[in-house]
Structure formats: structure tokens, C-alpha cells
Design a protein around this ligand. Structure first.
Ligand SMILES: [Zn+2]
Length: 264
């Protein structure tokens, strides 16, 4: 079994514009078009059984719209392969985060995804800390972490969150720091959180990726593609080219994901 724990999806109408924006933000070409059909096709082609899907809200008003959209896609995919599991999103400036978190739970979403650099607030902003208190012990929180150009998602900030909420099931994406994976080690080596390998191996190289997995421990690592930036089927080939043991590979490809989703 293979679960991709990091995929962004967009409604067909706005996918082209959203993908263009991400490409401009990261100044790299996007491999895919950001639509559900495109993601599902890559899963079928590459043998990926399930995608954990989400989308971040640039403004507070988008939060309920995005959460409804993700829930509707998950529902629409029921009984189809690959399957989709959804995460919602939140925004620092939303008026009533507590009731939106309740709604996220009612919609069947398993947690939330934040992208502090694109959402333009600090991971450890006071208002965000109040929201993590509501998520702790209840929902998964996936954090984009790290960008050499900004401080919003700096590993030091996420480390503060982890210290304040030790029972929060947190995933620090991109080996804990996009473009900062080596620096991230200083902060996360001895803290309890998960990591995904998305948008990382092209930058770290295979040898360093293998080292990072071994330093953190395979039981803390999740496979992810960062669709639409990369094609999930190609990411799986790239991941499978790492010289891991079979037991490590199984943990990263699905066992850890099932465990934190409460299914394993
Ligand atoms: Zn992401």
C-alpha cells in the first residue's frame, strides 16, 4: 500500500491560476495542473492507493469555502481508487476558529494544513497557539515548514509550538524545513513530530535524504509528493530509489500514515 500524505488540490475553475501562483512563489515549474482528475490519474499510473489532500487559505473568508470543497471532494471520491482523505485549513485572522474546528470535525476531515509563508503569519502567532490548544490530542496538524526567504514557518517557531503542545500530532513538512532541512535537524532531532519527504529529495540528494531518514527514524517519516509541484508517480519512483530496508520503506509509505490517521 502507498499513501501520499502531502497533496494540494484546487477546484477545476481556479486550478490554473492557483498553480501559476505557487510556481511564481517558489520560482519553479509545476509538474501537474492541480486538479482532482490529474491527481487521481497520477495515483493510478504510479500505484498510489490514497492521497491526503488539502489547500491553504490566503484569507480568512476562504477558510469555510476551502473546508467545504475538500470535504466534497473526499465524498465524491468515496468507493473510487485512489481514495482521498481530507484535511481542512485555518487562518490566523478568522473570527470564530473554535466553531470552524468543530465544523472541520463534522465534515469528516482528519485535521488541518497550514502554509504560514503563503498565509503570511507566524506558525507560533498567539492566535494560532490558541487554535492548536483546540486541536491537541484530537486532530492532525500538517505545517509547511522552512523557507530561506521568510521567517513565518521557521523551524524555531514550530519547535515552540511542539514544546507548548506536546500531545499535538504535528507533521513538519519537507523534512522539517524546505530549503532548511539541515538547520531543521537542530530543532527537531529530539522533539516529537513527524516529517514528510515532499519537495525534498531533489534538493537534498539521495544520500542526504537517506541520512535524514535514519537520523530522525523511519517511524517518524511520511511519503508525500507536494502535488501539483511534482508528479506523485515520479516522486514514488524517486523515493523507491533510496536504499532503505523493506521495513523502513513500509513505515514511510503507509504504516506511519495509517497510525496517525488512527487506522493502524
Ligand atoms: Zn504543502
Amino acid at each position: 500500500m502507498v499513501i501520499d500524505f502531502h497533496s494540494h488540490i484546487y477546484p477545476d475553475k481556479i486550478a490554473a491560476r492557483a498553480v501559476e501562483n505557487i510556481g511564481e512563489f517558489y520560482r519553479i515549474p509545476m509538474a501537474c495542473d492541480g486538479t482532482v482528475a490529474n491527481l487521481a490519474a497520477s495515483g493510478l499510473r504510479g500505484g498510489i492507493d490514497r492521497f491526503v489532500v488539502f489547500s491553504a487559505a490566503a484569507a480568512p473568508a476562504q477558510v469555510p469555502v476551502i473546508n467545504d470543497y475538500i470535504a466534497s471532494v473526499v465524498k465524491e471520491r468515496e468507493g473510487k481508487s485512489p481514495a482521498f482523505t481530507g484535511l481542512g485549513t485555518l487562518h490566523r485572522d478568522m473570527e470564530d476558529p473554535a466553531s470552524e474546528i468543530e465544523r472541520i470535525a463534522r465534515l469528516g476531515l482528519k485535521g488541518i494544513k497550514l502554509h504560514p509563508d503563503m498565509q503570511k503569519f507566524d506558525i507560533d502567532d498567539k492566535k494560532m497557539m490558541d487554535m492548536y490548544a483546540l486541536l491537541e490530542g484530537r486532530m492532525i496538524a500538517v505545517f509547511h515548514t522552512g523557507d530561506y526567504r521568510y521567517g513565518f514557518s521557521h523551524p524555531a517557531r514550530l519547535a515552540r509550538v511542539l514544546d507548548a503542545f506536546p500531545r499535538l500530532t504535528a507533521v513538519a513538512a519537507h523534512f522539517g524545513g524546505w530549503s532548511l532541512h539541515d538547520l531543521a535537524l537542530e530543532y527537531f532531532r529530539n522533539r516529537s513530530c513527524y516529517f514528510d519527504v515532499s519537495s525534498s529529495i531533489p534538493y537534498t540528494g539521495r544520500e542526504r535524504a537517506l541520512e535524514l531518514i535514519r537520523i530522525y527514524g523511519a517511524e517518524r517519516i511520511l511519503f508525500g509528493s507536494d502535488f501539483p509541484m511534482w508528479d506523485p508517480a515520479s516522486c514514488l519512483d524517486e523515493f523507491n530509489s533510496l536504499r532503505l530496508r523493506d521495513d523502513e520503506r513500509e513505515l514511510i509509505l503507509y504504516k506511519n500514515a495509517l497510525r496517525i490517521l488512527g487506522e493502524g
